[in-house]
Design a protein around this ligand. Sequence first.
Ligand SMILES: *Cc1c(COP(=O)(O)O)cnc(C)c1O
Length: 392
Amino acid sequence: MVNWNSLRDELEQAKQEGRYRPLTVWESRSGTWMTLNGRRLLQMSSNNYLGLTDHPDLKEAAIRAIEQYGVGSGSVRTITGTLDIHDRLEQELAQFKGTEAALVFQSGFTTNQGVLSSILGPDDVVISDELNHASIIDGIRLTKAHRKIFAHKDMDQLEAVLKESAGFKKRVVVTDGVFSMDGDIAPLPNIVELAEKYDAFVYVDDAHASGVLGKNGKGSTDHFGLHGRVHIQVGTLSKAVGAVGGYVACGQVLKDYLIHKARPFLFSTSQTPAVAATCLAAIQVLKQSDELIKKLWANASYFRSKVQELGFDTGGSETPIVPVIVGDPAKTMRFSDLLLEEGIFAQGIVYPTVAMDKGRVRFIVTAGHTQEDLDFALNALERAGKQLGLLG
Ligand SMILES: *Cc1c(COP(=O)(O)O)cnc(C)c1O
């Protein structure tokens, strides 16, 4: 007789170590204030940076697309699943990012999987920042390429690795544009310079930079003025853009190659018409005005500086992702629980997601937060911090 005892044992152990996480089930739409178990909570853990999940233009575009195209696309992209709105979305994305072409996938996760697994072979080497996202790590695992990891943002190590990688056919340097746990920005100008010196490709994953960094949210390449010098720009349509999906902005050759090689593209059904239309509407919203992005950054600066003034450690944060580093995992989760009692949802992040002594409660500031919302959070942070002895 078969049974699930081994799985049960593992879950039991996770419970004993405080790592067991039941799902949090929300009773309201994504937004600044959300309902959980009948309570209104200030949301500070969502990637809905610009509040686009609830934008009237996006909702109207989705409804119109359903009426015109129905709810499903019917197949993978290579058979009958490329509707004119899918094609238009890729043209718009390429134009927005200033690249020759763009190719859309079902998510940012599958974009990394699809691109990395397609372009890397046994004669190649991939050089990856140690804090890169899980989807990059998984994408690399799907290849037979040699792997080299450099310490987070350590350009001396990157140069040393590039130097010793001269024998490989392709060298690809991969980095997150904005790192999701620390909210710091990759040193893209230095990476590009080193890559050019050692003939390597540059691959940046802008999941947390899409709609956040650069003019009108065009991403980290635009932020640093590196147009034409970053070969592969991955973005997500699931965070600031407010819907779901991922894309790669690149040259036409790479796009054509991926259409023939990338397995999530070839073997998984394309975005629903409503999603494609929503993303098209989101790009229009981004292009029309940078008001939301300005508000986002003003909120982020205000919140981060006030948190620092209170005496908390925000690590390397320089974006709307503001971690409050607590250290010990149990204390970190206690801090998050105290904030929840105060009416604030801010996720505790502990080992093994981050190092054992680097537990943190991660705040994500959005354009939708009002000054009152942020002050409400700051007051709660001060009380909870004093209660836990985190502040003097
Ligand atoms: C969130 C994230 C992804 C995954 O994007 P989805 O569209 O949610 O699948 C990929 N890379 C990074 C760096 C991310 O933060």
